[in-house]
Design a protein around this ligand. Sequence first.
Ligand SMILES: Cc1ncc(COP(=O)(O)O)c(C=O)c1O
Length: 341
Amino acid sequence: MTPKPDPFTVPFGTVLCDWMTTARADGGPFVYGGSPEPYGDLTISPAAHVLHYGSAIFEGLKAHRQADGSLAVFRLDSHVARMVGSAQRLRLPEVDAGTLKQMIIDAVEANATEVPDPPGSLYIRPTLIGTEADIGAAGRPTRAALLYVVNSPVGDYFKGGIRPLTLLLETSLQRTVPQFGMVKCGANYAMALGPTLDAMAANEAVDQILFATGGDITETGAANFFLADDERIVTRDLDESFLHGVTRDSTIQLARHLGYEVQERPIGRDELVDWSERGEAFLSGTAAVVAPVGTILHAGETLTIGDGQPGRNTLRLRQALVDIQVGAAPDPFDWRTPVRG
Ligand SMILES: Cc1ncc(COP(=O)(O)O)c(C=O)c1O
């Protein structure tokens, strides 16, 4: 067998680990056999609900190799809780939190030898799809479903490691429909793809679109958005219109712990101008970690944030987060779930 590529040299998420876990539901709860199976293709009916009516949700979390060589999954409970909520929103078969947790732990343990050392990590992708074969089921939920967990050894999400990102502020398009913004479903990403590609085509320096429908700045296609200075961090207050990032929550808790004031409130476009003269901006996400923003483009104008380089508060928060993830610092919030390495 040809060796797998080094995850730092290929795009994020393109290397898949040898083992996966699966559970099936058929008119009742998901049944998990309790042991991993070899990673491989799925067989589903061409009439499967997911292929026609978009019954697909997923999660994204990470396991990190710890300073002592063991492994820990970061914020397992929060990601499982969000997936349970996503399933409810899409009226998918109910996901039992305990079962999903075990499936994640078993998959990570089976793939332990493939976890890269920091700054690499193991990306964990739990997925739920509707498999009932019924092309007439447009108006009702799938009764049959497949829940599975696959893993991918990953390096940096953004090419080039820690560098100031360029965002394109988009004030007219929506990333998703308002009531589905907080659901991690495939349909949201499908909806955002065309407009995102169109907007980015005009400028290849753009790393992400910052969605600010009607001027209300919420999130990018893969991360939440923050402003920061020496005293405070600011991020959009939660509602149903955007994803409630687990990293957003971790950043808020960490910032409070470090003595920052945390403001959760609307952020308008005009405020960016003021902030760019004296503060910092960054993204937060499982894949993005805490990623500095150097430039925001809008309507032909270029807004340089601070001196356009990663800000000291951004880097401080990033380091504090990473230190907890990799076991280089204590875990006062109980965020790490140890698994067999
Ligand atoms: C649209 C969107 N917003 C925000 C986030 C950040 O969420 P989290 O910190 O839970 O990874 C993600 C990544 O999952 C995302 O896809």
